[in-house]
Design a protein around this ligand. Structure first.
Ligand SMILES: [Zn+2]
Length: 268
């Protein structure tokens, strides 16, 4: 599933390409992906409007329209948003000014698209926690957040109501870098561990954005190109392989139903 770095990479690509463009037509080929309003009303209300802002919140992409309404997109597992020529496999295709298309593709069609009055009031968005790359996310704030939680640290980091945009890949990578066991109870982290985790979360997300994300399943950027950070992952998907720091075999466990790889020697 695309996480913060992947969605942010798509957002930046789209911002460069679709900002200020007008939607000329909307073709909806998979009605069930349009969660609200009806596909017919969705088309009527989007056609003729300009895209005035491209925003990311957590793993959501928001296209603000000149009417004040917003198109809210969640790519879930296999969603892709690709700018360029018309794609025959589009679930939803927007024809924009200059004869360019914005294609929403999704092999498993689990993604969601909706048109709303106020994107901040979409319930699943309203509940999203703090953005880890914003200046308001300070160590003081993070320390307080951790102290209130008895949950295991890895599923907690992935909880979108706790922290925005971190998923299975980057939670594992940040914990490895900070040398913290994924099952450690959040409020029992030592001060030094919490500080290290705070900086490693920001660092791994920023580095992944620099490499345009990790293309493990189907993620591509707004031009349809894969990212390259997956070649730099140190624990994700490496169960049984040697730890890059101490060479002992990495361990794979299920934690909260999600595959989790860590180094039992380095991570305490
Ligand atoms: Zn190790």
């Amino acid at each position: 599933m695309p996480e913060l770095p992947e969605v942010e990479t798509i957002r930046r690509g789209l911002e460069d390409r679709i900002l200020g463009k007008k939607v000329r037509t909307v073709e909806i080929n998979t009605d069930k992906m349009v969660k609200e309003p009806s596909p017919k009303r969705f088309k009527e209300e989007v056609v003729g409007k300009k895209i005035t802002q491209v925003i990311r919140r957590g793993k959501y992409l928001i296209l603000v329209l000149s009417s004040g309404k917003s198109i809210v997109i969640h790519l879930r597992m296999t969603g892709q948003l690709i700018y360029g020529r018309k794609d025959a496999k589009s679930r939803v295709a927007f024809l924009l000014s200059q004869d360019k298309y914005l294609n929403l593709k999704d092999t498993r069609h689990l993604g969601e698209i909706r048109l709303v009055e106020n994107w901040k009031k979409v319930p699943s968005i309203a509940r999203i926690g703090i953005e880890p790359l914003e200046n308001s996310f300070t160590f003081k704030v993070f320390g307080k957040m951790l102290n209130k939680k008895k949950a295991k640290i890895k599923p907690l980091l992935m909880n979108q109501e706790f922290l925005a945009g971190v998923g299975n890949i980057y939670a594992q990578e940040a914990l490895f870098k900070a040398r913290i066991h994924p099952e450690k109870q959040a409020n029992k982290l030592k001060l030094e561990q919490a500080k290290s985790l705070f900086s490693e979360i920001k660092r791994v997300l920023n580095r992944a954005i620099d490499y345009k994300g990790s293309s493990l399943v189907s993620y591509v950027d707004a031009d349809g190109r894969g990212g390259s950070f997956h070649t730099r992952l140190q624990v994700y998907g490496r169960g049984g392989e040697p730890c890059v720091k101490c060479k002992s075999p990495l361990k794979f466990i299920k934690l909260g139903g999600r595959g989790t790889t860590f180094c039992p020697k380095c991570q305490k």
